[in-house]
Write a protein that binds this ligand. Structure first.
Ligand code: ATP
Ligand code: MG
Length: 178
């Protein structure tokens, strides 16, 4: 199983200019005082994983640009690149950039469509539409309070085991009949 090695950020939320976060280990813990930017790291990751703007704590993509929260964006562009390493230590760089209010997607420096981007992310187990398994601040309680069936559905969707559910039920029924 691969891991996230580093995040390269430019003008995204609390980071002005080009900045590097990492290198990361396979397990990481981020600590810091209130308002220091912990959740912004999760926003940056979610953004690079193709997350929709509504889940990034802003109204418009352009609000993600450094300084935009006080009406003084430092640029009209921002980007976040995730450096992913597989077990053979081969690196893939998934990068999402914004210009104004539209996004561009890049894999290893090559411009790709959103469909291709999410397809390649799925190959390493990141499912954009399943919200990437990130549990955001305030959502722990919401997940804990879900009806058990709903919670199971959520985990099945994240782990992608849901697509095998019908086949599983079919085989189970056949076994019970035999
Ligand atoms: P808490 O412990 O309270 O959850 P946190 O460490 O998660 O705090 P974040 O929410 O990640 O903090 O960061 C908040 C900070 O991000 C604020 O200080 C805010 O000024 C800054 N910020 C948010 N958007 C932008 C932006 N577009 N440009 C610059 N700074 C920004
Ligand atoms: Mg926070």
């Amino acid at each position: 199983m691969g891991y996230l090695k580093q995040i390269d950020i430019e003008n995204f939320k609390s980071w002005r200019g080009k900045q590097i976060i990492g290198p990361f280990m396979r397990f990481n813990c981020i600590i810091g005082t209130n308002g220091s930017g912990k959740s912004n790291i999760m926003d940056a990751l979610s953004f690079a994983m193709g997350e929709r703007v509504v889940y990034l704590r802003v109204k418009h993509l352009k609000d993600l640009i450094h300084g935009a929260h006080i009406g003084q964006p430092v640029s009209d562009t921002a980007s976040v690149a995730m450096r992913y390493c597989n077990d053979e230590d081969e690196e893939t760089v998934f990068c999402r950039s914004i210009i104004g209010d539209s996004s561009d997607y890049w894999i290893n420096g090559q411009h790709v469509t959103f469909a291709k981007y999410t397809e390649e992310l799925e190959k390493i187990g990141i499912v954009t539409k399943a919200r990437n398994c990130l549990v955001f601040q305030g959502t722990v309680e919401c997940i804990a309070l879900k009806d058990p069936k709903e919670r199971t559905k959520m985990f099945e969707s994240i782990s992608q085991s849901r697509e095998y559910a019908a086949e599983y039920d079919r085989k189970k029924a056949a076994l019970l009949k035999a």
